[in-house]
Ligand binder design. Sequence first.
Ligand code: NAD
Length: 260
Amino acid sequence: MRMNGKVAIVTGAASGIGLEIATAYAREGAKVCIADISIDAAQAAAAQLEKSGATALAIAMDVSNEQAVDDGFAQVAKTLGIPDVLVSNAGIQHIDPIENLSLENWRHMLAIHLDGAFLTTRAFTRLVYPTGRGGAVIYTGSVHSYEASLLKAPYVTAKHGLLGLCRVLAKEGAKHKVRSNVICPGFVRTPLVEKQIPEQAKELNLSEEDVIRKVMLKETVDGEFTTLQDVAEVAVFLAAFPSSALTGQSIVVSHGWHMS
Ligand code: NAD
């Protein structure tokens, strides 16, 4: 049990990577808040975790909404206790070449990925700094925190931006014992990725199989998808790491797609 008694908030935890991280944290003994824009899915996920004996709280939270984030964190503090770990993970994808991208879609992407990371980080620091107990913030970045791909301008921009936020928090949070790191997965088969396979096939005039083989996994060392379990294992490692030796870093989990 590497996270016994810890309180963790995971955003976008009703599906995919966030759900797997929340499940792994619960398995390691943490009390987990499933924060998601979809309350029904969050409640279903929390109920599933509770069935296995974990303590889980579902919260409706649009991470781009200041009030929703602040209220959600207050509710977690009241119900589960002051959080020890934040995983800022909620995210979506939008596929468009720059010349067709609307300002509305650009802003929507940056609002979820960057406003969301900022607002949840700020709420976390406001609760955690006064305790002097410290904690860990983990951002779900991406290989797209380092690499660019066609059709993904706002996503790539936002994921690069998370590295900056992480590094500032590492510096500012040090005196409060708050560590800050980014996980950068390669492609993982979640609903977010399943949705973009046909979209990319259409935009790039390729078959769906070729999108997977020639676009998504082309640069990996072995043509393999990264798994949910791979990412969750790194998230446990970062949350449970015992000192501030590991802060301001990013860990790329991508079958060698990006090597840094
Ligand atoms: P997913 O679609 O399975 O899950 C995303 C979750 O975020 C959903 O439950 C959704 O309801 C929630 N969400 C969406 N908008 C929200 C908002 N405004 N506020 C709160 N919750 C919101 O996707 P996923 O693949 O698990 O993605 C999770 C994170 O991992 C994202 O940040 C994504 O960019 C990142 N990521 C994914 C991959 C991949 O290949 N799947 C690779 C690298 C990084």
